[in-house]
Ligand binder design. Structure first.
Ligand SMILES: Nc1nc2c(ncn2[C@@H]2O[C@H](COP(=O)(O)OP(=O)(O)OP(=O)(O)O)[C@@H](O)[C@H]2O)c(=O)[nH]1
Ligand SMILES: [Mg+2]
Length: 295
């Protein structure tokens, strides 16, 4: 049996969560076009005969402006300690600059093998892909084990990446049961699905100030009744989340319900409430209520 931990790290929005979902083959982590979508360390588990790879998703590296931001950065540090391989993810459509390469040098000091993934190659030409890959070549001497161009959307090289990462797995025990796909409970995954739909449907700044908590979860035969609160920072934001005549909250609910039904495998009755907790991203208690626990 080979088993181990693979942490994905990089700037916000480069496609870390998309890569984990592609590697695991299940949606374990939410994805959106807005930076700082992932707020927590989330594990996605891949089980194959005699192999268990635990992929660890992390929030994009950024300068924290709130206590929630500090929590997110703490997650990155804990997710990079004691792993078997670190995957440094870059976005081909954004190019590779000096700052990116400095980050790579920092990862190389972390005392574990580093694999570079250049993601989103479907958005650039072949020539540009080769040019960007060339920027990483000098780092092979400094310890980069592989440089792999990928596309999650087109599923390019995902299997090759999986194979490469599997080669770094040591002999070991099974950390999770065969049927587990994540370390997070179902309640957490449901709240995340609702936050994802809010991120996708709402414009600009508001989604970054949203949190979702579950109030109740009751399974009755083939129906699951779920009540959740969407927490926002201001009254004016609450109005926008609710929308004209409840239009927006209805859209968020309908879209989330479809995904939740797939996850829980029953019909779902989803009730959403919108609540205001001013400046909650700086309030440790609410941060904990929302499911981010720094212990
Ligand atoms: N065209 C293209 N888009 C991609 C690819 N991979 C991810 N994306 C898109 O990039 C955006 C960000 O993807 P995420 O997976 O949420 O990125 P992330 O690195 O987890 O972002 P944070 O959680 O904010 O740090 C989403 O809109 C994805 O659909 C890819 O290979 N090609
Ligand atoms: Mg993410």
């Amino acid at each position: 049996m080979k088993s181990g931990f693979v942490t994905l790290i990089g700037r916000p929005n480069v496609g870390k969560s998309s890569l984990i979902n592609a590697l695991v083959g299940e949606k374990v982590s939410i994805v959106s076009p807005k930076p700082q979508t992932t707020r927590d360390r989330i594990m996605g588990i891949l089980n194959e005969p005699n192999l268990q790879m635990v992929f660890v998703d992390t929030p994009g590296i950024h300068k924290p402006k709130t206590k929630l931001g500090e929590y997110m950065n703490k997650c990155i540090s804990s997710a990079t300690a004691d792993v078997d391989v670190l995957v440094a993810v870059f976005d081909a459509s954004k190019g590779v600059n000096g700052d990116d390469l400095d980050r790579l040098s920092t990862y190389l000091k972390m005392n574990c093998p580093v694999v570079v993934v250049l993601n989103k190659i479907d958005l650039v030409s072949k020539e540009r892909t080769l040019e960007l890959l060339g920027k990483f070549t000098p780092y092979v001497e400094q310890g980069v084990k592989e440089i792999i161009p990928c596309s999650c959307c087109k599923r390019l090289n995902i299997d090759a990446l999986k194979k490469t990462l599997a080669s770094f797995m040591p002999e070991g025990q099974q950390y999770f049961f065969d049927d587990e796909i994540s370390d997070k409970p179902i309640s957490y995954m449901i709240c995340e699905i609702i936050r994802e739909k809010a991120l996708l449907l709402l414009q600009d700044e508001i989604p970054h100030g949203l949190g979702v908590t579950m109030q109740s979860y009751v399974k009755e035969g083939n129906l699951t009744k779920i009540e959740c609160d969407i927490i926002c920072e201001r009254d004016s934001h609450k109005q926008i989340v609710i929308g004209d005549g409840g239009d927006m909250i209805k859209k968020i609910g309908q879209s989330a319900r479809r995904d939740i039904e797939r996850l829980v495998d029953t019909k779902v009755f989803l009730k959403l409430f919108v609540k205001v907790r001013e400046d909650w991203r700086n309030n440790r208690n609410v941060i904990r209520d929302v499911g981010y626990n720094d212990n």
